[in-house]
Design a protein around this ligand. Sequence first.
Ligand SMILES: NC(=O)c1ccc[n+]([C@@H]2O[C@H](COP(=O)([O-])OP(=O)(O)OC[C@H]3O[C@@H](n4cnc5c(N)ncnc54)[C@H](O)[C@@H]3O)[C@@H](O)[C@H]2O)c1
Length: 439
Amino acid sequence: MHRIGVIGAGYVGLVTAACLAELGNAVSCIDSDAEKIALLRAGTLPFFEPGLLELVLRNHHGGRLRFADSPGDSVRASDIIFIAVGTPMAPDGQADLRQVRAAALDIAAFIDGPRIIVNKSTVPVQTADYVADLICKHTQGDHAVCVVSNPEFLREGTAIADFMRPDRIVIGVSDAAAENTMRELYAPLQAPILVTDARTAEMIKYTANAFLAAKISFVNEIANICEAVDANIKDVISGAGSDKRIGVTYMNPGLGFGGSCLPKDVLALHHMAQRAGVAPRILDAIMAVNRSQVVLLIENLEAAVGSLGGKRIGLLGLAFKANTDDIRESPAITVARRLCENGAIVRAHDPAAVESARALLGDSIAYVSTSYEAANDADALVVATDWNEYKHIDFAMLKKLMAVPILVDGRGLYDRRKVEDSGLIYVGLGDRRLMPALR
Ligand SMILES: NC(=O)c1ccc[n+]([C@@H]2O[C@H](COP(=O)([O-])OP(=O)(O)OC[C@H]3O[C@@H](n4cnc5c(N)ncnc54)[C@H](O)[C@@H]3O)[C@@H](O)[C@H]2O)c1
């Protein structure tokens, strides 16, 4: 049993805290947002993540998971302290480390003995050194502090399973005793552990996210070409992806990547590369393709319905992907904004993200409680998030409800032929201009 403090009760911090408590450790989860902590103490989650509420409640009631809105007691009582605060995008694209700095200063202010500090936030190369320096400079007394890089690879929507059954655990550490403690902590997960130095561990996280983003932009570009030459993208992915070197996972064409990680991490890596004198040409292309997907959708929608001014558009999805209420950098939100800017009247549905979207978009769009309400009397229906319930939508019902039966498939969820057989007009993301016949 370890005594653990986790600074940050967001998607990563709270999942880390609850899972480590589930493994039998005594965990204190700290957040400077007192409202968040009050909600957690009252048994409510501050965000939606499948299965997390049950895990939090079980461990809270079992006395293994506590919540604190100030760091003092938890930092003093813990042997291992995780930093799991946000590292958002600064205006120039680099990672904004202010929350990490504040967490490190809190640790420095309250430690009273040796500690292992674990950077779980996604941070630029050299941040472990930066945190160690900060703590060393600001702490009273001479405490042995070892800063470990332990990047997190969980995905919102499947966060608990990802934490409990990871493909690998990366530990960037140069101190043998700290390495042993980290190995012991994660031993119950029985996952492969890669131990390396902290800088390499930090780089591994950015590499993984940049590669995932590259896969998405690559498949989007291929899908756009497929639409233009009338080839079937699903079969193309299946045919090319069955080569083991390529694979079919993460090859879903659509509106592009969003969320709190990929967009900011690709930009942060871009920034790091430039600072190191390396031209990040592939990263440039990843971001350019990603930006163009929403533009394509709006152009195709306009081509189908004409000018958007005064048109009633149903929007299915606001979250950046299914199974989360997270709308950070959500392409669906960008679509909503573009529609409004073009004068459309938008009625949106999302199974989990309406409240977060309302806080951002206010009354600029209307929010409805079923997908069919969004479709009712609409001049087009745009699918912007890949929620399961949209995959099985009743095309015949849409045909009945909609004023103009145009279905814009922003997530590649449907088979064009099945949609068209139901009497709907299918609009994909590519521009579908057919190539001139080969002579
Ligand atoms: N969300 C994901 O899917 C995911 C996956 C892997 C890695 N990450 C990385 O993990 C980190 C955290 O991401 P997140 O999505 O959980 O962020 P988040 O914004 O949901 O949560 C961060 C939390 O930290 C709190 N906080 C900030 N400064 C604090 C301080 N000084 N003391 C105490 N609490 C403080 C905030 O109030 C907030 O609740 C980021 O670096 C992110 O890139 C995120």
